[in-house]
Design a protein around this ligand. Structure first.
Ligand code: ADP
Ligand code: GN1
Ligand code: MG
Length: 369
């Protein structure tokens, strides 16, 4: 089916006037679709769902529909604007939450108007606001019935299983690339022990399982152009039970890096401690005092392990022939892996400072309650 015909299957207003690729996500194919009726234009986000990764689209979309309906009610009750503060699924004309064309699956969202998503922080405030928004997202979902959520990607942040997957990819070495990445392999294997820390604590119920986002990149939040506030958390494909440390850590690894995730000049990669501190403060504000002592003390570890995990996933994908993350140039996944490991190494150098900042911010937040 032709793209415009697929878009017309959804309950959009008016006729389609423009469709173009949009955003910098690594997983789905995202388009901005514009329609017009009586001279009035409307924007939508139209996505082809990556079904190599999300194999059960019914479950995926059920999660998203239910989570967004839940958020909508809470936002309404708090006097917010649900049109802009949560994703809104546009159904098909037949009332379904996705459309299937052969083996391709599509969905449509309301476009969050007058907002931007950032691939790097512009000003420290952007990062602080994103932290408040991700913390708030978790707080809003604190009483969501977690057992009703489908696990869209099982063991998504299980660093032990991720390490096994890396080992398998290394042994198979299907593209003959292992020889080229010996330093990266060494960096990772030297840290194998530490990788299981959060998984072990979670298994012993020493860390609470919460409903988390699990993919808290800065570009998964829409920032209001006028107020600068983080208004809407998007990319809800991986909302599942998880650890707060995953959400915290993933934000740090992406947003508190002084360089882009795929920077090739590793000299530019470092952890910005000022941004780290702002994020801790913003996240604690958004979470409204819900984090346990143990969670608070492990925030630096969350940052480091999410950075290691992401580097490991990029390395695994590089060894496997780039089948998971969308790449835009040769060696893209290797470049991404190297920034993550360089960032983790910088965190090791700044470990004491990360701990001190966290402790101080946690004490201040506790005193403010
Ligand atoms: P992926 O899973 O591939 O990362 P996303 O759902 O994050 O896909 O979408 C990719 C990008 O598209 C986002 O980073 C954001 O810039 C933009 N985007 C997604 N949904 C919306 C929306 N509802 N309104 C405005 N922009 C959006
Ligand atoms: C992917 O979908 P996107 O681009 O927001 C990935 C994350 C990684 C991230 C690395 C479902 O996020 O887990 O941390 O790339 N999402 C999925 O940039 O695997
Ligand atoms: Mg995304």
């Amino acid at each position: 089916m032709e793209q415009q015909e697929i878009i017309r299957q959804f309950a959009v207003e008016g006729s389609i006037v423009n469709v173009c690729e949009h955003g910098n996500g690594h997983i789905n194919r995202t388009y901005l679709a514009e329609t017009e009726r009586n001279g009035r234009r409307k924007k939508y986000i139209f996505q082809q769902i990556n079904t190599e990764i999300f194999r059960d689209v019914d479950q995926l979309m059920e999660n998203i529909t239910n989570v967004t309906s839940f958020l909508r009610k809470k936002i309404q009750a708090a006097g917010g604007d649900p049109e802009r503060e949560t994703l809104q699924v546009i159904p098909t004309k037949e009332g379904k939450n996705y459309f299937r064309d052969g083996d391709r699956f599509y969905r449509m969202y309301q476009f969050i108007t007058d907002s931007v998503s950032l691939d790097m922080v512009r000003t420290p405030r952007d990062f602080y606001e994103s932290a408040v928004a991700f913390g708030n997202f978790q707080a809003l979902l604190a009483d969501y019935p977690a057992a009703t959520l489908h696990e869209t990607i099982p063991d998504f942040h299980n660093t032990v299983k991720r390490f096994s997957a890396f080992r398998s990819a290394l042994e198979a070495d299907v593209c003959g690339r292992a020889a080229k990445v010996q330093p990266e392999i060494a960096f990772l294997t030297q840290r194998e022990q530490e990788l299981s820390l959060l998984v072990d604590l979670s298994g012993k119920q020493e860390l609470p399982l919460r409903v988390t986002h699990n993919d808290t990149k800065l570009n998964n939040i829409m920032i209001d152009k006028e107020t600068g506030r983080g208004i809407c958390v998007i990319d809800l494909d991986t909302v599942m039970p998880g650890l707060s440390l995953y959400d915290f850590g993933d934000s740090i690894r992406f947003g508190a890096n002084t360089a882009a995730e795929d920077e090739t000049d590793l000299q530019k990669v470092s952890l910005d401690l000022n941004l780290y501190e702002l994020y801790v403060k913003g996240y604690l504000t958004g979470c409204r005092g819900s984090l346990t002592e143990k969670e608070l003390s492990l925030l630096p570890m969350g940052a480091k392990l999410m950075t290691m995990e992401c580097g490991m996933r990029f390395l695994t994908d590089y060894l496997s022939g780039d089948t998971y993350f969308r790449i835009h140039r040769p060696n893209h996944n290797l470049d991404r892996c190297r920034t993550q490991f360089a960032l983790a190494a910088d965190m090791e150098r700044k470990w004491q400072q990360m701990q001190d900042i966290t402790e101080k911010a946690a004490a201040e937040a506790a005193a403010a309650v």
